[in-house]
Design a protein around this ligand. Structure first.
Ligand code: PMP
Length: 357
C-alpha cells in the first residue's frame, strides 16, 4: 500500500505534537489574552446573518482590501490562506519542482523543511549558533544559495524558536544576492516592531508571510496572508485551493482588522512588556540562560538540570506546558516558553525558582 506514496514522503518523520494535560499553555506562542469577548459578539452577529449554505467569498475582496490597507500594499499583492501554513504550502508547491534546492537557516520552524521535502526538493541547512546569539550568517546563506542555485531561501524573523530578529539589511542583501525567491516569515512581527514591507518596493523575489494566529489571537480560526508583487501573486494563486477560508474565519479576521488599534494594540503592548519582565526575571534564575527575544516567546538553555527534566517537572508538578525544542539543531538542553498572562508568567517563575533557586 505505502508503495504508492512518494519515496520523499515515506522518508519523512511526521510533524507531531504530543498531547499533555496542563493548566497553563505556554507551548505554541498563542495570544494568552484571547480574542476580545466584545469582538466575538460582533463576529457571531455577522456569522448569524450569513447564508451558511453558500460558498464563502471567492476572491475575499473585502478582506484583501482591508489587509492591503492594514499593510500598506495594494489588494492584488495579498493572498489569504487557511493559516499561513497553507500559504507556505501553496508558495512551495507553486515554485519547487523535484530536485530543486531550498536554503534554510536553522534552527527554525520545521514545516519549511518538511514541505520542501514533500515537493521533492533538496534542503540545505545553514546553522546558526548559540555562541553567536543565533545571528543570521548572511554571507554563508548567500554563498550556499548561489552554490546550490537555490530556488527558495526561507528566513523567519523574528525566528521561531530563537526569537532572533534578522536585520533588514541582512534580508535585503539575501534578496539582492542569493538569486532565489526569498520567503520572509513574519508570523511574530507584531511583537518585534519590524516590518519588511518596504522590501516589496525594491524586490520582485520577496514573499512576506503573516498570520492571525499569534498577535491577533486567532490560532483556532486559521487565517494567514502573504504579500508579494502582483505578477507573482497571480501565479502563486493558481496553486491555491478554492474556498480554503471559511466564512466564520473571514468574519473574525475582518472584525479584528476593524478593531486593531483599539483592541489588539494594547494586548500586543502588554505581551511585549511581559516579555521584557519575564526576560529579566529569568536572567535571575540560577542554572538558566535566557536569550533576548523580539517575539512573544523566550528561548532558555537549561544549565543545571537536563531540559527534559525541567520540562516534565513544569507540566507534571505545576501544569505548565512549555515546548521542548532540544531535538532542534544546536538546541540541546533548550526549552521555548511562550509569554503568558502576568499570572501565568508568575506561576512559571515561581515553579522554576522552586526547582532551581
Ligand atoms: N510560521 C511560523 C514561524 C510559526 O511559528 C507558525 C506557527 N507555529 C506558523 C508559521 C504557522 O502559523 P499559522 O497558524 O498561520 O498556520
Amino acid at each position: 500500500m505505502s508503495d504508492f506514496v512518494k519515496p520523499e514522503v515515506r522518508a519523512l518523520a511526521a510533524y507531531t505534537l504530543r498531547q499533555y494535560e496542563y493548566r497553563h499553555k505556554l507551548n505554541q506562542n498563542e495570544n494568552p489574552f484571547g480574542y476580545p469577548e466584545a469582538l466575538k459578539a460582533k463576529v457571531l452577529e455577522r456569522v448569524a446573518r450569513a447564508d451558511w449554505a453558500r460558498y464563502p467569498s471567492f476572491d475575499l475582496a473585502e478582506l484583501r482590501a482591508k489587509l492591503a490597507a492594514h499593510s500598506g500594499v495594494t489588494p492584488e499583492m495579498v493572498l489569504v490562506g487557511n493559516g499561513s501554513n497553507e500559504l507556505i504550502y501553496v508558495t512551495l508547491a507553486a515554485t519547487l519542482s523535484r530536485g530543486d534546492s531550498v536554503v534554510i537557516p536553522v534552527p527554525t520552524f520545521t514545516l519549511y523543511r518538511l514541505l520542501s521535502r514533500v515537493m521533492g526538493a533538496a534542503v540545505h541547512e545553514v546553522l546558526m549558533r548559540p555562541a553567536d546569539d543565533f545571528a543570521l550568517p548572511v554571507d554563508e546563506v548567500i554563498e550556499t544559495a548561489r552554490r546550490v542555485q537555490a530556488k527558495v531561501v526561507v528566513l523567519c524573523s523574528p525566528n521561531n524558536p530563537t526569537g532572533t530578529p534578522y536585520p533588514a539589511g541582512a534580508v535585503r542583501r539575501i534578496a539582492a544576492e542569493s538569486g532565489a525567491l526569498v520567503l520572509v516569515d513574519e508570523a511574530y512581527r507584531e511583537f518585534s516592531g519590524q516590518d519588511f514591507r518596504p522590501l516589496l518596493d525594491e524586490f520582485d523575489n520577496v514573499v512576506l508571510l503573516r498570520t492571525f494566529s499569534k498577535a491577533m489571537a486567532m490560532g483556532g480560526l486559521r487565517v494567514g496572508y502573504a504579500l508579494m508583487r502582483p505578477e507573482l501573486a497571480r501565479e502563486v494563486h493558481k496553486a491555491k485551493l478554492p474556498y480554503a477560508l471559511n466564512l466564520f474565519s473571514e468574519a473574525a479576521a475582518l472584525v479584528a482588522l476593524e478593531h486593531f488599534e483599539s483592541h489588539f494594540v494594547p494586548l500586543i503592548e502588554a505581551i511585549r512588556q511581559e516579555r521584557e519582565r519575564l526576560y529579566r526575571a529569568l536572567q535571575e534564575v540560577p542554572g538558566l540562560h535566557v536569550y533576548p527575544s523580539a517575539a512573544n516567546f523566550l528561548l532558555v538553555r537549561c544549565e543545571a538540570r537536563p531540559a527534559r527534566e525541567v520540562f516534565e517537572y513544569l507540566v507534571e508538578e505545576h501544569g505548565i506546558l512549555v515546548r521542548d525544542v532540544s531535538a532542534y539543531p544546536a538546541l540541546a538542553e533548550h526549552l521555548r516558553i511562550s509569554v503568558g498572562t502576568p499570572a501565568e508568567n508568575e506561576a512559571l517563575l515561581e515553579a522554576l525558582r522552586a526547582l532551581l533557586g
